[in-house]
Design a protein around this ligand. Structure first.
Ligand SMILES: *[C@@H]1O[C@H](CO)[C@@H](O)[C@H](O)[C@H]1NC(C)=O
Ligand SMILES: *[C@@H]1O[C@H](CO)[C@@H](O)[C@H](O)[C@H]1NC(C)=O
Ligand SMILES: *[C@@H]1O[C@H](CO)[C@@H](O)[C@H](O)[C@H]1NC(C)=O
Ligand SMILES: *[C@@H]1O[C@H](CO)[C@@H](O)[C@H](O)[C@H]1NC(C)=O
Ligand SMILES: *[C@@H]1O[C@H](CO)[C@@H](O)[C@H](O)[C@H]1NC(C)=O
Ligand SMILES: *[C@@H]1O[C@H](CO)[C@@H](O)[C@H](O)[C@H]1NC(C)=O
Ligand SMILES: *[C@@H]1O[C@H](CO)[C@@H](O)[C@H](O)[C@H]1NC(C)=O
Length: 326
């Protein structure tokens, strides 16, 4: 009798054990199914091979962030000045990197076998898009300038892997609009920008007279989150993506166009959301999802028509996919 009870008990545990595995398997399958539904399959090298056919001298060999070692032994001197190159700013860059020489991605990004990226523009068409959950599923979410997240999560998500900014666009909220491990990527336009970053991080005495707008004055994040983008990407954006005259660059790429250029050199899948401008300058449609400014307030130094044409071409070649096309 004892033996039969023991056998039953063993059988019972066996059944429960396999039932548990079965449930776990179902759950996994469901998670997989959700991922597949929301995100296409990632093919390593897909974007690289496509982009190489469209961008002249396409290369992934360049360091992504400025790093000290590239300035101690200057191998490739840069032809351009900031923002397109480091020529003439080497000393300031060295001084900056001497105290904030971080140039790596977090390990969870480094070990990705295939990088699925979404570049989130600040365009008004994100309003009521309900794309938040979709955006947060990507491995790498790139955001721009002072784009607020708090209160807009439903449309734009909350995950931020990288935020590209410059001093005049740094008035985002470090508490609400970043994650603790977000990389804050400074796009240096002039050597003064690096001095500014150093002052802010070190909480040194400051004067804002050298900036168009008073840059943010309180920075609660440490230097471990800060990176400085290699001006190489700005050079590629201006001279090879927009095909400006290489000896005389007339208009600066927008931060959004720069971020897409970067993504084409870093990611295996590039999707964009919230790109595109109102159709005319006197359009009353707001420019951004978070304010009522219109195209009139846009810096005329940008060639947004040309940028739009280039992005359209990349979309036609299926290198980039537009998530806000519904
Ligand atoms: C591409 O590289 C070649 C050889 O280094 C150089 O002569 C040419 O100017 C480059 N083209 C562009 C568009 O940078
Ligand atoms: C120097 O430039 C060449 C050609 O553009 C490039 O292949 C190489 O990776 C560069 N080296 C460094 C250290 O950036
Ligand atoms: C850096 O800029 C200076 C002054 O404009 C120029 O003479 C020099 O050739 C540039 N360096 C390189 C490596 O192109
Ligand atoms: C977004 O949704 C709100 C609430 O439904 C509505 O009042 C508003 O007009 C919508 N805005 C746009 C741009 O669709
Ligand atoms: C590029 O700009 C320079 C300086 O303005 C000019 O001399 C040159 O002819 C231009 N090249 C082309 C191809 O437009
Ligand atoms: C916008 O400007 C264009 C050209 O100046 C004009 O033809 C058009 O009527 C204007 N549209 C509105 C809505 O004011
Ligand atoms: C993305 O799609 C939206 C909606 O069709 C469109 O308005 C926008 O211009 C597109 N963006 C680009 C960069 O083509």
């Amino acid at each position: 009798m004892k033996n039969v009870n023991g056998l039953r008990r063993i059988l019972f545990f066996f059944v429960m054990f396999f039932f548990g595995i079965f449930c776990f398997w179902l759950k996994e399958l469901d998670v997989l199914r959700t991922d597949v539904r929301l995100l296409p399959i990632c093919y390593p090298g897909y974007v690289a091979s496509k982009a190489a056919a469209l961008i002249s001298n396409y290369s992934r060999d360049h360091p992504i962030f400025l790093q000290m070692s590239d300035f101690f032994w200057v191998k490739n001197q840069s032809y351009y000045n900031l923002p397109y190159g480091t020529n003439g700013s080497e000393d300031v860059i060295m001084k900056f990197l001497a105290f904030a020489n971080q140039n790596h991605f977090p390990p969870e990004i480094e070990r990705l076998p295939c990088k699925r990226c979404v570049v989130v523009g600040n365009g008004f068409r994100l309003k009521n898009s309900s794309l938040g959950d979709v955006i947060d599923k990507y491995d790498i979410v790139i955001r721009l300038n002072n784009a607020p997240i708090n209160k807009y999560q439903r449309d734009i998500g909350s995950k931020t892997t990288m935020r590209f900014f410059y001093p005049e666009s740094s008035n985002f909220n470090p508490h609400f609009d970043t994650n603790p491990n977000s990389l804050l990527v400074l796009v240096p336009f002039k050597s003064q920008d690096l001095r500014w970053m150093k002052i802010i991080i070190n909480d040194e005495k400051r004067g804002g007279k050298d900036f168009r707008f008073m840059p943010r004055v309180v920075w609660t994040l440490g230097s471990q989150n800060i990176r400085v983008l290699n001006p190489y990407f700005m050079e590629v954006a201006a001279t090879r993506m927009l095909n400006h005259n290489q000896t005389e660059i007339k208009s600066k790429p927008t931060t959004g166009f720069l971020a897409i250029t970067f993504a084409l050199h870093f990611c295996d899948l590039v999707h964009v959301a919230g790109f595109g401008y109102p159709t005319s300058v006197n359009d009353t449609e707001p420019l951004h999802y978070y304010s009522s400014e219109t195209l009139k307030s846009m810096d005329p130094a940008h060639d947004t028509l040309q940028e739009g044409e280039i992005l359209k071409m990349f979309m036609q070649h299926q290198v980039i996919q537009n998530l806000t096309r519904v």
